[in-house]
Design a binder for this molecule. Sequence first.
Ligand code: NAD
Length: 350
Amino acid sequence: MSRVRLVVVGPGLMGMKHIALVGAHPGAELVAIVQPEPVHARELSDTLGVPVHADVETCLEAEKPDGVILSSPNVFHFEQARACAEAGVPMLVEKPITDDVREAEILVEMVAARGIPTMVGHHRAHSPLVQAAREVVQSGRLGRLVAFQGSAVFRKPDDYFAAAPWRTRPGGGPILINLIHEIGMMRTFCGEIEAVQAMTSSRVRGHAVEDSAAITLSFRGGALGVFMLSDSGASARSWEQTTGENPAFFQSGEETCYTLTGERGTLHFPTLRLETFATKAEASWMKPFSVETVPVTRRDPLQAQLDNFLAVIRGEAEVVVTPLDGLRNLRVIDAIQRSAASGRRVEVAD
Ligand SMILES: NC(=O)c1ccc[n+]([C@@H]2O[C@H](COP(=O)([O-])OP(=O)(O)OC[C@H]3O[C@@H](n4cnc5c(N)ncnc54)[C@H](O)[C@@H]3O)[C@@H](O)[C@H]2O)c1
């Protein structure tokens, strides 16, 4: 089959990564970009050698692409995804699927009704580390899950906010930009989340959105979770600084970002250090664990995500992260925001 013709919408921090991945992929071809700012549009067109359109509708009409990658700011995801759905074009929508639960529900129904292949950019789901950890949980070697402990505590440099002020306002903020990845991971490892209780703070950065959040979670399977999020604390206990999947980030070496504990053992992530007892009856804090490191062959999850998108467009594979997954992640985020605002435990909508 000839190369899959793709459009990237929103050539910013994430969009430029997609553009580079598409450009390097033997099975894909970048045919156009959507970017509404005329000055940048001319520069981009000169650099990348493809047309730059001011809006999605015009671009779809002119280019007739095989697929679209939406990596514009969150507030535009819904309208742009709807335009793709109306034109019948498969899409990869960056996370969050939208910045509003109701809009996400409409989108989920719309793409299902029209049969438009749609995936959401929770790219960690494509990580071999995640697949290896999930296999450990599903194998039963940890026993019944008891607890999840997670951390995404890191210091974003101040110019990150100056460069894109939307990140400081509703629609931005670490709960929507960062925590939604963590929700996806918690659901992957521990199953659906039934309720949350959260506290947030914006006192360190003073933005209109939070800079930190402390969250407790209850999983339907019976486990409890605790998660600490902050974009203002200088720590290496984050996915980015521990997995080595993105060379842009400092790598800490031995730190972990998650701990998964069951009745028979604990898995540390991403080191994949596995501490287990052979049976639940033998498990005791007086006795030593058997310790091993789960083997894994590493691969860039963004590349694997693009492979999945291309295979989905060709009709050769199923979507790994569905719109419903994106919606469920967003519903947990919405519950966390409502809990932080009310100070109460909030049930997650089904
Ligand atoms: N998967 C990930 O790990 C990951 C990481 C970072 C960002 N993201 C997501 O990618 C998206 C973009 O984030 P970013 O940090 O790259 O933002 P950014 O501000 O760096 O880039 C956004 C780009 O979109 C352009 N833009 C603005 N309005 C537009 C419009 N109406 N239509 C098309 N383009 C428009 C901007 O000019 C800019 O080029 C967000 O949804 C974010 O959550 C995902």
